[in-house]
Every structure is written in C-alpha cells, then in structure tokens.
Write a protein that binds this ligand. Structure first.
Ligand code: ADP
Ligand code: MG
Length: 407
C-alpha cells in the first residue's frame, strides 16, 4: 500500500518536471523566434536604406539625409539642400530681384549651376503662380523656354530651381545704367536679331505647338533670359493661362501683366487671346530697336509711352533711323532695321486681328538671322525703300518691296 503511494508520488513529480521542462523549452523557443524576427527586421530596414542611398547616388545627390524624389521629371528638393546650394542664401549669391522674390545663384551637389527663386511673400496669388509654373514647365519642353530643374515646397518655403542663364535678363543688357551694371557691354545688332528670333520661337511653341495653347500673359524683356552664348529663353509662367481650343476664341480673365506690355483690348475687356502675347512681343521688339523702356514718364511729352511714340515712325524709312538705339552707334543694316520695324508695327496694332501669328513672325525673322554673315554692317544708309503699310500675307510679314521668305 505504502509502496503504491510512493510510486504515485514519484509519477506526479516526474510529470511536474516534464511540464516545467516543456514550458522552459517553449519559452526559449519563443524568445529565440522573437530575436530572429527582430534581427530580420533590422537587416531589411538597413538594406532598404542602402537602396535609397544608392538611388540618391544615381540622381547625383548622394547626401543620405536628403530626400530627393522625382515628380513628373522634376526634382523635389529639401530646403536644407537649397540652403547649402546657395551658401545659406548669402547676399553675395543674389543675382536678381523680381516680383516673386529674390533670385540666387546656386550649385547643386552634382556640380550643376542653377538659379534659385525664393518666394518671399506667400499669399493666394503667390501660391497660384508657384503651382502654374511647376505644372506648366513640367509638361512643356522647348529649347526656347527656360528649363525648370525642380522645386521645394514645404509649409514655410516655396522655391523654384531653374537652369542657370549666365547672361541674365535681356533688360539688364538693354538698360545697364538702370540695373546692377553686371553686364556693362551693350548688345550688338546681330545678337538683338538672334534674341528676337529665339524669343519668337518660344512664343510660337506656346501658341501653336501645344494644345490647348498657352498664353504667357507676362511676356517682357526681363522674362527673356540669355545663356552664356546669348541664346534666349522665355521664362516665368506664373501668370500663364490655357487659351481657347477654338481658333479665334478668347478666355475671360482678370487683367494681369506688366505696365507697358499689356495689349489694349485685354486691358479694357479682360478678353485674353494669344494675340495679347503678340502685342507684348511687339513691345519687346521696340525695346530691341530703340533701347527704350516701355513706359518712361520722365521723357518729354509724347515720348513717355514707347508704343505711342514709335508706332507712327515704324513704317517711315526716314523716321526709323530716328528711333534706333543710339547705343548701336549706327552699326546695323538699315534694311534689316526696317524689316524689324515693320514686324514690330504689325505686332503692336491696336486691333488684335491685324496682328500676325507668332509663326509668321518667326518666318519673317529667320532669313534676317540667316543673312547675318553676308550683310554688311554699315548703318544709316541703304537703297531699300521704306514700307508704307506692312501686311501679313501668306504667313510672311511683307514690306512694300521686300518679301521675306525662307531661303
Ligand atoms: N534662370 C536664371 N538664370 C540667371 N539669372 C536669372 C534666372 N532667373 C532670373 N534671373 C535673374 O533674376 C532677375 C529677376 O528675375 P525674376 O524674378 O523672374 O524677375 P521678374 O519678376 O522681373 O520677371 C532676372 O532679371 C535675371 O537677372
Ligand atoms: Mg522673370
């Protein structure tokens, strides 16, 4: 009896020991499994990070703390990146001041030179302009439009990063006395013609090569930028509007733009068409011809508004000489000057329908730029007869006795 009791006790003890052993093994297994999961997780995080760093290296921006993402082919920068690209937005890197804010010279990690615009006033309009600039420039591609490299947009900062244009804005060359004097030399006639043609091609692309057409709405000399070889590109699409699909149509919108460049019918009615840009282009042609700003109220009476002063003289050979920029010192072909004056006259017609298409303007300027090498640069005299009434025919702007066609 006693021995039976003894064996039962021994059995219970053995069961208890086995249970304890089993529990210990289970706990050990659980601990081992958790540790395995923890290590696995760590390894996978590390390899993800490495992959991201590798990708950054490929995009040329290897700083591991920087997030560089690609949206629609544009780079998205952090403020920190752009801060370091401009040495902390130092004053010595300021290259311009515009309506949007200051423009800085910058160098990206991959050595690329860029121009960085820092928006210094937010507000609804600033935000809208920022959005429009990014939206449009991410879709449009032309050698005659300024390239947008990327942007930075967080709750506190809005910045745009552009390709760097070594020779700055056209207006700085036409009016060096007014600007920073960074570019003291004046533009010669040949360069002015090339700039006129490049800018015309930029607008032609916007009006005729994209659908729906894009109306720039703020075309002016400070929005024509020049690279190191004086190739010109059109910039600043913040005020741009998509035009009507239907030929001859218009969009109604609040009147925006820059004084002296806004087409009269748009200023009066708010009806915007691609012909509003053609008017602004005509004003820029007048700046290139005369070296005068569009509005200068310090000038004698009758000369303050460039278009009103120049228009009656543009189609009169004798008087074209009178309006030419004295800085050219007569170093231009009179024949070419008369041709350009005729084109300008067409573009600034008060009646929008009489203005040419940008494609017509391009076609008319192409031969002038092509003829450059063979034209003698004698100023002031020519056997050419002045145009009486320029007309747009067969897509080529015609003067009375010279038809400009592509050779
Ligand atoms: N991409 C660029 N490369 C070089 N200089 C630039 C660039 N963008 C702007 N700038 C300079 O900054 C100035 C101001 O530009 P912006 O802000 O566009 O002025 P605005 O409002 O008058 O058009 C320009 O006139 C030009 O000198
Ligand atoms: Mg500008």
């Amino acid at each position: 009896m006693e021995s039976e009791e003894y064996y039962r006790k021994k059995e219970r003890a053995a069961l208890l020991v086995s249970l304890i052993m089993a529990s210990i093994s289970l706990v050990s297994l659980l601990v081992a499994f958790s540790y395995y999961c923890y290590i696995r997780n760590k390894v996978s995080k590390r390899s993800n990070l490495q992959q991201r760093l590798d990708n950054d290296d490929i995009s040329g921006l290897s700083n591991s703390t920087l997030e560089v993402a690609c949206e629609k082919g544009l780079q998205v920068f952090t403020f920190k990146q752009l801060n370091s690209a401009t040495s902390g937005f130092s004053k010595s890197n300021v290259i311009g001041q515009g309506a949007f804010g200051s423009v800085y010279r910058g160098v990206l990690n991959d050595g690329r030179k860029v121009a960085i615009k820092l928006m210094d006033h937010a507000g609804k309009h600033g935000e809208e302009e920022f959005k429009m600039e990014v939206e449009l420039l991410s879709r449009l591609r032309s050698p005659y439009l300024l390239g947008l490299v990327g942007h930075c947009s967080d709750s506190n900062h809005k910045l745009l990063v552009y390709e760097f244009m070594a020779n700055g804005g056209l207006q700085e060359h036409l009016y060096p006395a007014r600007g920073s004097n960074a570019f003291p030399s004046k533009l010669d006639w040949e360069t002015r013609l090339k700039i006129a043609l490049d800018a015309a091609k930029g607008l032609e692309y916007l009006h005729e090569h994209v659908s729906p057409p894009v109306i720039h709405r703020d075309f002016k000399s400070s929005n024509i930028l020049l690279d190191k070889n004086f190739h010109a590109k059109v910039s600043d699409f913040g005020l741009a509007k998509l035009g009507p699909e239907k030929a001859g149509g218009h969009v109604s919108t609040r009147v925006l733009g820059t004084q002296g460049y806004v087409a009269p019918e748009y200023a009066l009615t708010g009806h915007l068409t691609t012909k509003s840009d053609v008017y602004s282009y005509g004003v820029v042609l007048l700046e290139l011809l005369t070296g005068r700003v569009p509005v200068d109220l310090k000038r004698p009476q009758g000369e303050g508004v460039l278009v009103s002063w120049a228009l009656p003289k543009l189609t009169d050979r004798e008087r074209v000489v009178q309006i030419m920029d004295p800085a050219l010192e007569g170093q231009y072909s009179m024949k070419e000057a008369i041709q350009v004056a005729a084109i300008a006259a067409m573009c600034v017609q008060p009646e929008a329908d009489y203005r040419p298409l940008m494609a017509d303007v391009v076609q008319s300027l192409v031969p002038l730029v092509k003829l450059q090498r063979s034209t003698s640069k004698v100023g002031g005299c020519s056997s050419f007869h002045a145009p009486k009434s320029p007309t747009a025919t067969n897509n080529v702007i015609k003067c009375s006795d010279t038809l400009l066609t592509e050779s």
